[in-house]
Every structure is written in C-alpha cells, then in structure tokens.
Design a protein around this ligand. Sequence first.
Ligand code: ADP
Ligand code: MG
Length: 575
Amino acid sequence: MMSANERARRPIRVLPPALAARIAAGEVIERPASVVKELVENALDAGARQIRVEVRGGGLTLIRVSDDGIGIPPDELPLACQRHATSKLPGDDLTQIRTLGFRGEALPSIAAVAELTLVSAADDSGVGRRLTLRDGAVAVDEPAPRPRGTTVTVRRLFQNVPARLAAAGRPQAEVALISQTVRRLALAAPHVRMTLIVDERQVLQTSGSGDRATTLIELYGPALAGRLQPLGPIEVAGASISGLIADPEVTRPGRNQVHVIVNGRWTQPRGLLATLEAAYRPLLPRGRHPVLVLVIETEPDKVDVNIHPSKLEVRLLAEQEIARAVGELIRTVLGRRLRSLQLPPRVDFDPLATAPLVAEESSAYDDDGPIVTPGLPPLRLIGQVQARLVLLEGSDGLYLIDQHRAHERILYERLKDLHGAEHEEPFVLPDPLLIELRPAQAARFSQRLDELAALGFRCEVFGTHTFLLRTAPPMPGVLPGLSGDALAALGQPDELLKTLLALADEEAAGETWKERLWVELACRTAVRRGRPLERSAMRALVGALGHTAAPAVCPHGSPLLLRVGEELIARTFGW
Ligand code: ADP
Ligand code: MG
C-alpha cells in the first residue's frame, strides 16, 4: 500500500469499455446463481413453457439455459448483448413494467465476465443464428439449426475476474445457491416446466401444471402433499392475494421456504416478511418457520421494482395494509389447523353423552361437571400437581396443562383481540401507577404514548420525566376486580409496568412492536409455576384456554398441554 504522499497524482481518464463493463457487471453478476437467475428470467419474459437449466463445475465451468420462448430475430442478436439494450420498455414508462427484466444489463454483464454464446431462432424455419462473444469481441457468428427459442451458454465464468473467482465457494455451495434460485423461479412460474441438471444429473423438475401447490410439492418433496392449506384469496388495496401455508406440524429451521411473489417476481419485501413472521411466530414451535407461499398480484404502478441492483427487493405501495391483512389470514388459518391437528376429535366421541348441556359460564362454577369449550374436549378437573400443572380427565385420556403457559396464551389472545376493538373500554386502575424515567427513556416513552393508548394503556404526562398510567386493557387474572373473575389477581400485575418500560426502549416499530408487547406482557404477567391454585381458578383457566385459537401452544410456541392417551395407557399396562 502506498501512503498518501507517495501516491503520485494521475490524470483522470475514461475507462476502456471492456473494463468499465467488467466493473458494472459486478452489480448484476455476483455469483453463478446470478447468471442462472438472469437467464431464466429472460426465458420467462420470452414466454417459455419449458426451461432447461444445465450447470457444470458449480456454474463456473458451464451454465446453459434453453427455452422455447419467442426467440431473438437474427438481426437483433448482436444488439441483445449491448449495454442498456432491451426489448422490454417499448414506452419509456418505468411504472408500467410487466416483465422480469427491463434494464438491458444482464447479457452484456455476463459477456464482460465470461464467454457468452447465444443460439436463437424467432420463427419456425428451423434455422437461427449463433453468436459467441469472447473478451467482449465476436468470436463466432454463423447460422445454426435451432427450433424457435433461445439457448444461452456461459463458459469460464469469472476467469478474467480473479477476485470473483476466489470469492466463489466450492462447487457444492454454488450448486446449492443455484438450486435455491431455480426453485424460487419455478415457484413464481408454476405454468412453466422447469428442469435443473447438475453435472449431467437431473436434480429438479416441475411439471408446469400451473398449480402452485403441485409445484411446491414437486420442488420440496412429497411430504408436503395433503398438508398445504390455502390462504385467501382476498382483495386488499386493489391487490389480490392468495397463497399456501403448510400445517403447523410441518416446519423448517430457517426461512428458506417462506416465499413472496409479487406480480410473478420472487422477492423479499422486508417489512412484509417481518409482519408475516410476527403472525406465525406465536403459533409455531420456537425458532421454526413455516412453508409458506404468498402470491400478490397488483397493477404494475403499485410496485416499484427498481430499488435493488439484482431486483431482489420491491417496494409495494400498500405494503402496511397488505401486511396487516395477510398477518390476520395466517393467524386464522394456522390457529384453526393447530386446533384440529393437536386435538383430533375422536370418531367415537359424543360430547352430549359426557357433558351436560350447560353454558361454559355456569359450568365454571359447578365443580362437578366437565369443562366444556370449543377448543378442547370436555374435561373433568382432577386437581393441581406440583403446584404447576393442572390435571384433567377427558374421554380419551389424561390431560396435563402447564398453568403458566395456559395463562400466557389466554392473556396474549385477550390483548390481541382487544387491540382495535373500539367498543372495549380499558380497565381504569383503582390507583394510577407512577412511572418515573430517565430523560432519554422519557423522550422515547412519550413517542409511544399514542400507540400505548391504542392498546388500552393510557398514560398522562405528570412531570418532566414522570407519567401516570391510568388504564390498562382488561387482563383476566392480572388485574383484580374484573367481573367476578375466578382468576382474580393470580398473575403478576407489578410486571405490567416493567414490561411497558422495557418495551418502550425497543427499536422495533409498528406491528412487530405490538406483537412483542403482547407476547411479553402475557409472559411476564401470567401466573407463575409454583403457585397453588383454587379449584375455581383452575376451572376458569382451562375454560378460558379452550376458547383461545391455539389451546396447545403458548405464544412463544412452546407446548402447554400434554395428553396421555388411552392407547399409551393400554399399551403401557398391557391391557
Ligand atoms: P433485459 O432482460 O433487461 O431486457 P438482457 O440483457 O437480459 O436485458 O436481455 C437483453 C434483450 O435480449 C432482452 O430485452 C430480450 O429482447 C433479449 N433476450 C434475452 N434473452 C432472451 C431469451 N431467452 N428469449 C428471447 N429474448 C431474449
Ligand atoms: Mg434480462
């Protein structure tokens, strides 16, 4: 490295075109998978029904993409490889883009960092033109037999860019990225038959059936068959939204199978993804992610596709509104599935035979009758075990319920339901709580006041760094004095304040923050393990749990209910 004063001043010069192109190519072509993405997108834009991707040596030796699309007329072939040459912007209106490409950069960028051969025919004469570019110059140009369509071959990728070559991983790593890319493209185009061949071996193929569920199963394995639930379709802000989500028992350790497709483009809209995650997080086991496809169709002027060099991100105009609606959709579908999967109704089970026909409220005070709720089978209370579990008997076995997590689930759903329910009056605290803060905290806290009030926590400014909390959302079992509640003050009301404070410091905003607040409030204020419970409190707890959307998992996604089934008992004792 030269030091500043050793470095001689050199005149400014315009870079030679080949070098400039190589530098610019870095933006678009980062790895072999970027080449695959660009070439397959071109084939899709050309209306192909069949696309075949062939890769050798992790894509560094060879990448070949063949399609049966509209092809490139021979006289336009050299133009296709020029910078900023595209057939996809007939007008100059960037708001009306309906194709995946539009910048005219992919082919010239690839030609700058590899040897590029195009063979294409745009009619049914059986003859097309072959053009090979090597080091930016035409090396081969000749007629070639070819049915309508295009084959693009990329050889010796990055041979002239040692840094890129060194940065490329081992072939297996590149192949993994390439397969991921092809899967995403295939899922976005279910009507196209897509094949991936790696080192002469076929590793992926879709049928091009046009059905998204079929495509998902073809791409990620038959284990998904019969386990995909439809999302929507719904209409939000002029966009039509539909999708698929796998049953909650089919989860993945990462986000690789969460797909958002906007106008046929696989994309990662960050805000939307955060909201989706906030919606499924409390319904799935800790750290797990769903198999999810969300398909959004909207007018092209409602999406900005030009905000990211490789177009991986888009900006949706009505993103917030769409996110909210989709979050709700996911919660409903997953919640419903959770209930039906984890507590399968027994065929021989007749609730009328075991349960007296009484309303849940009155049965809660009738200590002998079973607890009847929509979410759980009728359960007869036996008692508390180890001061932390509620033991019950159902017609299909014994039930153990974690008292803390059950209460957490109840509080979480109560808070969530209350949010936005205009008619629900928050609970006025008999004595307002005094909140004293450090100056920096106070500043942040005052910015949250409206949001908190919308959630039922009305705070008044009291001094320079002091606030008074006057109301709270009705939280059964946490705030005393709520309508003859058998749960009265089981929980930890003093945690209310601490949780509010901790979350006022949070960076997260909007839906994510609210979701955090609900989860945290529910967790911290719920009844602790180790606390002895009255029978009436246990009945009320189980009764309320059976009315929640997902009575078998807590909002963190941990299990809260264990059924020791008749089968297990019989097997264990050899009956
Ligand atoms: P863009 O896709 O942004 O237009 P590209 O450099 O990827 O830019 O492609 C340049 C042009 O070459 C395209 O606009 C299109 O007309 C043509 N082209 C590229 N690949 C294909 C293909 N597989 N089938 C038909 N035309 C193609
Ligand atoms: Mg393109």
